[in-house]
Design a protein around this ligand. Structure first.
Ligand code: SAH
Length: 374
């Protein structure tokens, strides 16, 4: 069983040839898949015999929504997805997890400039940030390009609305799954697919420096956000273990090289933790270190994750800090809070038993609620 969603046109042409069809059928299939077809029967410009053949040797893949929660105050929808594993593919595998499917979440958000989907790149996460719910569940696996694309298509199907922007700020570290993420971005951009502009895509990283450098080469027009949160090595390492490998100064150097190379500003995400990184001295350090950079600071009062023991700063304090930064010439915004009625805010989602009663426990993502100013 081949899974087709997530393949490039070239790969689908090759697949068509492998099953004894003309390569141009591959392109037709690509167009259907990227339009959100959920069955081969919908692909009406394929001969019936080919559609029947496809049913025997391929599955579409992607994912299905198994729970949707809506915040009626702002139209935000939190969607729990389940990876699609076709019946045949499932019966191919053996062992206790045969019927287990991985679940992960996406958040659909409405903005004045259009709709945006916060996409997960992994089931679980390896980064271990102390304030983040993802860290509590550990790492399960990387999502494929087809499963990321599937989140976009399925979100459109269940909301009946168009997704014009994506932010990879859901569960997982996208630069710990670089190849699949890169493929996903290229698929979104494909003119025979969704034809999404590079500038409507944003990737957020906890700071994996070699991949920031590669990203600048590969995707100079895609927006980059870096989760900074603290500016001393001691402080940042204490809440973000990734800092031990990729310390602050080197990270800022990589960010400067990124802006030099791309001429695009970088967004620094800064989750405000009361008494931890929101003191005047922290703000002054930010001004010293970020002054003069082509950047933008996105402040978000930390969302409460009970187990972590950290609390967010008040919105008033967040606004004060934004003002101080602005006065020093550093563009800063306080992130709008969407979806608060549904606990859809970053870091608030947690490991929970799958609603379908699957055997394996799943980790939900701490989705960034929105990407104001990105
Ligand atoms: N791994 C990537 C993307 C996923 S997390 C990254 O670290 O950038 C998306 C954002 O949510 C990151 O900036 C992360 O630090 C932030 N975040 C995690 N838990 C949070 C919480 N409890 N409150 C606010 N932001 C949080």
């Amino acid at each position: 069983m081949k899974t087709l969603l997530g393949m490039t046109i070239e790969e689908l042409k090759q697949f068509a040839a492998e099953i004894g069809e003309k390569p141009f059928r591959g392109k037709q299939i690509f167009v259907w898949l990227n339009r959100g077809a959920t069955s081969f029967d919908e692909m009406t410009d394929l001969p019936k015999a080919l559609r029947e053949k496809l049913k025997t040797c391929a599955q579409i893949g992607g994912c299905r929504a198994i729970r949707i929660q809506e915040d009626t105050s702002d139209g935000t929808r939190k969607i729990l997805f389940e990876a699609q594993v076709g019946a045949d593919a499932a019966s191919d595998t053996s062992g206790a997890d045969q019927t287990a499917a991985d679940t992960f979440e996406g958040v659909f958000m409405k903005y004045s400039y259009g709709n945006s989907l916060c996409v997960s790149s992994q089931v679980g996460c390896r980064m271990g940030c102390r304030f983040c719910a993802s860290a509590l569940g550990g790492f399960v696996r990387n999502l494929t390009a087809g499963e990321m694309l599937g989140q976009v298509l399925e979100a459109e199907r269940v909301t009946g609305e168009k997704v014009g922007h994506i932010v990879i700020m859901g569960m997982g570290e996208p630069f710990d799954n670089y190849e699949n993420v890169a493929k996903f971005l290229r698929l979104l951009h494909d003119e025979n697919g969704r034809n999404m502009s590079w500038r409507n895509m944003t990737v957020s990283t906890s700071g994996i420096i070699p991949k920031i450098r590669q990203f600048a080469e590969d995707f100079p027009q895609v927006n980059l956000a870096i989760s900074l949160h603290r500016l001393t090595d001691e402080g940042r390492s204490s809440i973000m273990p990734v800092n031990r490998k990729y310390p602050v100064e080197k990270l800022l150097e990589a960010a400067r090289d990124y802006t030099d190379r791309t001429h695009r500003r970088v967004t620094f995400e800064y989750a405000l933790i009361e008494g931890e990184n929101d003191r005047d001295e922290d703000v002054q350090l930010m001004i010293r270190k970020l002054g003069g950079m082509l950047c933008h600071v996105n402040l978000i009062p930390l969302n409460k994750v009970e187990e972590t023991g950290y609390s967010g700063s008040s919105r008033k304090r967040a606004r004060e800090i934004a003002e101080t930064l602005e006065k020093s010439g550093i563009p800063a915004t306080v992130r709008r809070q969407l979806g608060s009625e549904i606990d859809g805010a970053c870091g608030q989602l947690r490991r929970a038993a799958s609603p379908l009663g699957r055997r394996r426990q799943q980790t939900n993502m701490p989705c960034l609620k929105n990407a104001d100013g990105l």
